[in-house]
Design a protein around this ligand. Structure first.
Ligand SMILES: Nc1ncnc2c1ncn2[C@@H]1O[C@H](COP(=O)(O)OP(=O)(O)OP(=O)(O)O)[C@@H](O)[C@H]1O
Ligand SMILES: [Mg+2]
Length: 420
């Protein structure tokens, strides 16, 4: 009997989902699934609507020299995450190469994607693979050998070579070696006219470079501003068109998502994520995307983000968060001081057998939690009694409970970390 009930339940659920489906192509709600050529295909339409106009104008002036036979200098691009640096550059460089070829200007462009941190060895190896100069190695080959292979591969090429080094700050070990090679050594050893384009979302990445590299690095700088609401509307409208069935979006929804995203961060990736979440929530509820559902999706997205953040956080940070939650519970929601938080932290550590850090190190953990907006802490002056810190948790109670639940008090991982 039971199997038929389950069966019926599943069948009716599937029927319901199919009937109320509003998503026709999921890939356009998830960039991970979207292949580059498809992404670029919709871009022209977006850029034609004057999105990233200023940036594209600047890029055009910078690279105009190529069409006149001159050699432009290197370019550094800076902008917060999700401001379209990678996408705009890929689009622009494809277009530029097309135009150059039409004028018989030999040009080649490659994008080295460093979106996850890696040591110099991996970065160089990836570059060598991109250029067809070597295969992928785990070890057993020196940096020097990799460099020689890249140089040998490029020996015969005399045209323009544009290397787009995306997220350059992710070269973690020997970054100086990597950049010295690109900036000083490579141009001297090959005949190609090399133009480097560095992108990063850290404004200060060149600060830590070896001064000798820095003085060699003549850079033009270009800043990508966060998207404004109108830009985001263009970007979202195309997603809605491609991903959703007609009439599945209530009036004002795109405007609302764009407004929320532009106020918070101007990050197109997160605007698209909010649209996607709204579509999923709507589908589950068997309705179109309404303004209310967008609100709900935004709350869920925040919750998911906080939880994901905390789950992947170091054990000590989790312990500090648990301590603040527990101390706040004990104080019935009134703000707590650093001392109370630290006591709760020590208690928590004892309970789970975790090594407690010093008060000072605990202060750093609090600052980090504050940075992630998990807690809010401010310094109050108590006149001649000195100053004290006041800590509150400014998140919905339901979320706080979830966060607390996500920090298991006797997690094996925690013990494991202790033992090792
Ligand atoms: N002009 C645009 N048109 C359509 N979608 C866009 C546009 N700009 C950004 N996006 C969306 O935002 C996502 C992030 O864009 P992109 O990868 O170019 O940002 P980024 O500035 O390189 O960010 P990061 O610094 O995190 O690498 C894209 O995958 C795309 O979904
Ligand atoms: Mg990028």
């Amino acid at each position: 009997m039971e199997t038929t009930t389950v069966r019926n339940k599943i069948i009716s659920r599937i029927r319901h989902m199919v009937k109320s489906a509003i998503i026709k192509d999921r890939r356009f709600l998830d960039d991970e699934q979207l292949i580059r050529s498809e992404q670029l295909a919709v871009l022209e339409e977006i850029f034609n609507a004057n999105v990233r106009d200023a940036e594209i104008q600047e890029l055009s002036s910078h690279f105009a020299a190529i069409l006149q036979g001159d050699h432009p200098c290197h370019l550094a691009i800076w902008g917060k995450t999700g401001t379209g640096k990678t996408l705009t550059l890929s689009f622009f460089l494809n277009l530029l190469a097309e135009m150059a070829r039409a004028k018989n200007v030999p040009i080649r462009h490659e994008q080295l994607d460093l979106s996850t941190p890696r040591p110099c060895f991996r970065a160089l190896n990836d570059l060598a693979c991109l250029l067809g100069a070597s295969k992928r190695y785990k070890k057993g080959i020196s940096l020097e050998e990799l460099m020689l292979r890249i140089e040998a591969k490029l020996a015969g090429y005399r045209g323009y070579l544009i290397l787009f080094i995306d997220e350059v700050d992710n070269v973690r070990r020997d970054r100086d070696t990597f950049l010295t090679f690109l900036v000083r050594r490579l141009p001297q050893r090959i005949n190609a006219k090399l133009v480097l384009v560095f992108a990063s979302n850290r404004l200060n990445w060149p600060d830590h470079l070896d001064p000798r590299v820095k003085s060699f690095l003549k850079l033009n700088e270009l800043i990508f501003k966060p998207y404004d609401a109108v830009d985001l509307q263009h970007i979202l409208r195309i997603r809605v068109e491609k991903a959703l069935r007609t009439d599945s979006v209530e009036r004002g929804v795109i405007e609302k998502i764009a407004a929320m995203a532009s106020q918070d961060h101007g990050d197109a990736r997160r605007a698209v994520a909010l649209l996607a979440k709204s579509a999923f929530v709507a589908e589950k509820a068997g309705s179109r995307i309404t303004l209310d559902l967008v609100e709900r999706a935004a709350t869920e997205l925040d919750r998911d983000r906080y939880l994901a953040l905390l789950r992947s956080a170091p054990t000590q940070l989790q312990a500090a968060m648990a301590a603040v939650i527990e101390a706040t519970l004990r104080s019935n929601g009134t703000p707590i001081g650093t001392g109370e938080a630290y006591d709760a932290y020590k208690r928590f550590c004892r309970g789970v057998g975790l090594r407690g850090m010093t008060g000072r190190a605990f202060g750093d953990l609090l600052a980090e939690l504050d940075m992630y907006s998990l807690i809010r802490s401010r310094v109050l002056s108590r006149g001649r009694y000195g100053r004290t810190r006041e800590i509150t948790i400014d998140l919905p109670q339901e979320l706080v409970d979830k966060i607390h639940g996500a920090i298991p008090p006797h997690s094996r991982a925690r013990k494991h970390q202790l033992d090792s």
